[in-house]
Write a protein that binds this ligand. Sequence first.
Ligand SMILES: [Fe+2]
Length: 290
Amino acid sequence: MSSISGVATSASLASSAVSMSQERAKFFEAIQNQKYVSVPFLVDPNLIQDAIHAFFEFLNTPDHIKHHIDFKITQTHRRGDVGFKRRESAADIYNDSKDFFHFHPALFDQYADFLKDNPVVDAFVKKAKPIWDLAYAKTLEILKLFDDRYPETSAKVFDKEPVHLLLRFLKYDWQRSEKYLAKPHFDAGSFTLAIAESCAGLRIGSGPDDLKLIQHQDGHALFMLSSNFKKVLNTDEFQAGWHDVIQLDETKIGQPFARWAIVAFIDAHGVEALPRTETHKWYTQSAHAE
Ligand SMILES: [Fe+2]
């Protein structure tokens, strides 16, 4: 298994076992203290750039093409929807102004004919697939770290097809400086792997009072627990990562978009999503208090 926390592994088996347990301890410490872990995620930067370029080309297609892929890999949670969505912040206090596409490889079979006829969509989903594969492998590696302490953690997510891992491609509209691109919230699934983003702005903490701006290291992804993690890990030892995204870059104001990001959402089978009053609870309270 490759290094999770970036600690060098030793040549000898004995010291490798020691370093593994040290890595695991560091991993759990980071989750407990900062509510996220920066994990090595070795992806060719050109692959990310090409996929984002293909995503933006996809966003330029007519609405009936953009909305054509539309199905659920599960009925029970909000991260089960595959396809394109546009959200407007004015429509709902929980919403941000953004475009996103949820990718899952199940779409290749379901939409084979459509993809053949629509090369822009086909090019995009083909670029998304290798990133989804890497997210799958990394999430499996991470969840195996939990298996010793919390048996069957990785099995709950990976032992049944289709695996509930959706890759979200996101484009945020610009906002005024320091304003939310993403309002504070817990993610709706059980686990989140933030893979790439165009610029800083993501803040993570345990709640509204300790949000810290995250520096996304090159070649790394950010793993955090999401609102539903207790449906997979039956423990009070950890907390989900409360997070938001603010606009820091003044030069993006007035531009066609402020930010893009690629994020994987992971859940187990048979898990029901919590309502938005729970996943956005502290924001709901502050928004109503304003
Ligand atoms: Fe989020």
